[in-house]
Ligand binder design. Structure first.
Ligand code: PDD
Length: 281
């Protein structure tokens, strides 16, 4: 990675300076997006920008220039870096101001973005992974893609220490989502996932999977389910920009279904693969 987008300009990476009084740095007062690049093209770009706009609005962070310009610059970064398979990280904080909790009067949002290589985790996608359960201790606005990620960080670390790929979060008996992914289960041919509300992120991969399920005529139920239902599922998978559609074969060491990637998971993975292939020039 040689370049970064920094407050409206694309500059060599070494020129970027973050002020210690950036509110992102001191308060986690900002939002972000992670966008996939396949075959040199952005995947679901419009959906990511729509979500970014919503996160900014919910936190009342005015964006300092147009999102159209931002989109042009992000695409320019991909070209400059000659990126084929990778990710864009994009972050907007409320700005730089002397430390005080309430919004500063005259701060302008700080914007950074960079494009870096990120190979597809093909082995995990094909073979699946394991998960642990963790209590969802996050705040009640998980629909905002905020850079405040401590609840997610602690859960993911617990998964890592248990040798698992992901931590599946639950509030009491109700399962919400993964520490950095959305969660789907299959039961008797139907797909279940947590409804969109303030307790989960409206994942872009989730949006794509919902559309694919519709096209493939797989019945979808957007309702909450419990830990007991999760253990009785036929199939389980997580979705995210980086992990795409990844089957989860065990949770807390217990097998889900037959403990192998299921038929519906495979069907959705194949359809997802066809979506990615559309980005080939
Ligand atoms: N995380 N839920 C949470 C809590 C997430 O952090 C993410 C993504 C998702 C899936 O969203 P999407 O399909 O738009 O990637 C759901 C990103 C990849 C990250 O923080 O790195």
């Amino acid at each position: 990675m040689d370049y970064m987008l920094w407050n409206g300009r694309i500059v060599p990476k070494g020129e970027v300076r973050v002020d210690p009084e950036d509110r992102g740095y001191q308060f986690g007062d900002g939002v972000y997006e992670v966008i996939r690049v396949y075959h040199g093209n952005l995947f679901a770009e419009a959906e990511h920008f729509t979500r970014l706009e919503r996160s900014l609005k919910e936190l009342r962070i005015p964006f300092p220039y147009s999102l159209e310009k931002l989109s042009r610059q992000v695409n320019e970064l991909v070209r400059l870096e000659k990126l084929e398979d990778g990710i864009i990280y994009l972050q907007v904080t409320r700005g730089t101001a002397p430390r005080a909790h309430a919004f500063p009067q005259e701060a302008e949002a700080n914007v950074i973005a960079y494009a870096s290589p990120y190979p597809r985790p093909v082995d995990t996608i094909v073979n699946g992974g394991s998960a642990i359960l963790a209590e969802d201790i996050r705040w009640l606005r998980c629909d905002i893609k905020s850079i405040n990620l401590l609840g997610n960080v602690l859960a993911k670390q617990a998964a890592k220490e248990a040798g698992a790929l992901e931590a599946i979060l639950h509030r009491g008996k109700t399962v919400t989502e993964g520490s950095s992914s959305n969660l789907f289960m299959v039961k008797e041919g139907k797909l279940f996932t947590h409804p969109l509300n303030s307790l989960i992120l409206n994942g872009i991969t989730r949006q794509v999977v919902v559309k694919l399920a519709h096209q493939l005529k797989i019945p979808l139920v957007e309702e909450t389910f419990t830990i007991d239902q999760l253990f009785a599922a036929d199939e389980l998978f997580i979705t995210s920009t980086t992990n795409e559609i990844t089957p989860i074969l065990t949770v807390d060491g217990k097998k889900i279904g037959h403990g192998v990637p299921g038929v519906i998971s495979r069907q959705l993975q194949e359809a997802f693969e066809r979506r990615i292939a559309l980005l080939k020039a």
